[in-house]
Each structure stands twice: as structure tokens, then as C-alpha cells.
Write a new protein. Sequence first.
Length: 190
Amino acid sequence: MGKKLKVVLLNGSPRRKGNTATALGWVEQALEEQGAKLRRHELHWLAFRGCLHCDSCKRRDEAPACKLRDDLREVLDDVVWADALVVASPVYCWKVSGPTAAALDRFYCFFKESGRSLIEGKQVAGVFTAGGDKRDGLDLCVEMLKRLSAYGRAAYRGSLAGVRCDEPAQTRERKDLQRQARALAARLKR
Ligand SMILES: Cc1cc2nc3c(=O)[nH]c(=O)nc-3n(C[C@H](O)[C@H](O)[C@H](O)COP(=O)(O)O)c2cc1C
């Protein structure tokens, strides 16, 4: 048997039983069934700051080397550890949530002065839920994740597009989203 796929999952929603958590839970469940090893972080509930743009990370090639000593340090280390990254967020005002954006800003430390990218070759997937349709901001979240992946020479594998998500109780019944979750997980392979 081959080595297990290591996946880090970042949830940027404050609602632990909300729409994003539900959709991410299905992806997580499918990955577990595929035998993946998972580490999940609830970004909203961590204490961390935005990128300082101090550039002190840029000259150390082998590690994130962010000088901020806060809760995001473990998250950054886990991204380096993982083969695949799943970014989950509700759509807030045509973009990802604040904690998601702040965490992704901190990915700046992965892109080194030498040209090295610490996310090169990793697989990236998104899980986005929105009250509206694709064009109400979810499309912009997908585009952001694609561009971030391309910049870091990571392999973007797709996103679960949870459109028209309102009440979490209704979302939990959504078979279409469950199907999307299984399909997305199946695209993350060792
Ligand atoms: C502050 C805020 C801003 C929102 N902005 C948008 C938006 O721009 N486009 C959209 O389609 N839905 C928007 N929504 C709806 C949420 O994206 C949607 O309900 C989402 O599924 C909530 O996820 P959660 O249950 O994980 O918190 C917004 C909701 C909030 C609270």
C-alpha cells in the first residue's frame, strides 16, 4: 500500500455548524474514506495577525520562517507538511472571509527571494459557500485560489461551489453538495 495523502484543511467560517463547516465535513469524510491523513484548523478561532511585510521570511528557503509568533505558525507548518491543501470559506462581500484572507496573506512567506515556492507541487482545492449564485462573489473566490495556486506552482484541483446556501439545516440536506464534495475529494490523489 502506498503512503497516505496528507491533507490540511482550513475553515474560515466562524460558524462551527454552518454551511461551510458542513460542506468541508463532507470533503473531510470522503478523504478519510480514501485513507488520507487530515489536519484541520478553524481559522476564525485562532489568534493571529496579518502579514507585516517585513520580508524577513524571504531569505530562508527551507521553512516558512515567518517571524510572527502567533497561532498561524502551526497552520503554516502544516501547509508545508501536507501534500494537499483545502481552503474553505463563506463568501463575504464578494470575497473570502477576513480570517481566510488574513491567513492566505501570510502565505507570502512561502514564496522565497530565490524563486523557491514552499507550496510547489502541492494540490489545492476550495470549498466555498454563498447565499447567492456563482456570480455573487463565489466566482471571485475560486479565481483567487486558482491564481494563488498558479503563483506558487501548486496544482489547483477544483472547488466545491456551494451556491444558494442559507439555513445550515437545509444545507445539511443538499445532495448536490454532497456529490460535489465526494467528486472533489476524489480529485485529490497521492
Ligand atoms: C458578512 C456577510 C457577507 C456576505 N456576503 C455575501 C456575498 O457577497 N455573496 C454571497 O453570495 N453571499 C454572501 N453572504 C452569505 C454567506 O456567504 C452564506 O450564507 C454562507 O453559506 C455562510 O456560511 P457559514 O454558514 O459557513 O457561515 C454573506 C454573509 C455574511 C454574514
